[in-house]
Design a protein around this ligand. Structure first.
Ligand code: GSH
Length: 225
């Protein structure tokens, strides 16, 4: 689709995690890249060799030549600015692009921490995790309601055209399912997740994740991708 950068690209990722969004972006762009699995479920993100790459100890990290990019919004921004033709982030002008980017940051800064607190409340407290889960769920619910309303109106978050934000939102939906959130009132989210997972780029990304599970022996806590 687009000319590959001269620099080699290496993605450090863990199957099933938020690094799936960057993995999808690379697959949609059709770029050559190496995908290196990091088993965060066994603490590989805290090993010195990985901390030397990403001192934050998180996936994703994207190595572009000598430069390391971290934080999903920043990685997506770089990919979009370098390969704009793929339409990862929509927007005809600086204002509409900033509006679209704000929704990516919303996924990273609001939805992701909330769904993580619902899934793993024990990581947020030294005390009883149950009230932490309940409080996180209470905060997450209006966000899911907003997603439900908007995704009930259009096939994709930004209307008629897919963007990388759709993969991010579908990942959030999947996390909600994993966290046993009652999805009864969220049919539009489930249908949207189905559309996202049907895309060829998503299927290629999923195959990479499955390959990483098989070859690196990563065992997912939730059991499935
Ligand atoms: N703000 C970061 C969040 C990255 C993040 O939390 N990644 C998780 C996987 S979904 C991780 O690496 N967890 C390992 C850990 O917390 O030790 C982003 O948007 O990229």
């Amino acid at each position: 689709m687009t000319e590959p950068a001269n620099d080699s690209i290496v993605l450090f990722f863990t199957p099933g995690t938020c690094s799936r969004v960057t993995l999808n972006a690379l697959e949609e762009l059709g770029l050559p890249f190496e995908a290196r699995p990091i088993d965060i479920f066994k603490g590989a993100q805290r090993r010195p060799d990985y901390l030397a790459i990403n001192p934050k100890g998180k996936v994703p990290a994207l190595l572009v030549g000598e430069a390391v990019l971290t934080e999903t919004p920043a990685i997506l921004l770089w990919l979009h600015e370098t390969y704009p033709a793929a339409g990862l982030i929509p927007g005809e002008d600086a204002v509409s692009r900033a509006q679209a980017f704000a929704d990516i940051v919303w996924c990273s800064n609001t939805l992701h921490p909330l769904v993580r607190a619902v899934l793993m409340p024990q990581r947020m407290t030294l005390g009883d995790p149950d009230p932490v889960r309940a409080a996180a769920l209470a905060q997450l619910t209006p966000e899911l309601d907003l997603m439900q309303r908007r995704l009930g109106e259009n096939a994709w978050w930004f209307g008629a055209d897919w963007s990388i934000l759709d993969v991010y939102l579908a990942w959030i939906t999947g996390m909600c399912i994993g966290a046993k959130v009652d999805m009864g009132g969220y049919g539009a989210l489930l249908a949207h997740m189905g559309r996202v997972r049907d895309r060829p780029g998503f299927r290629r990304a999923l195959a990479r994740e499955q390959d990483a599970l098989d070859t690196a022996g990563i065992v997912l806590p939730g059991g499935r991708l």
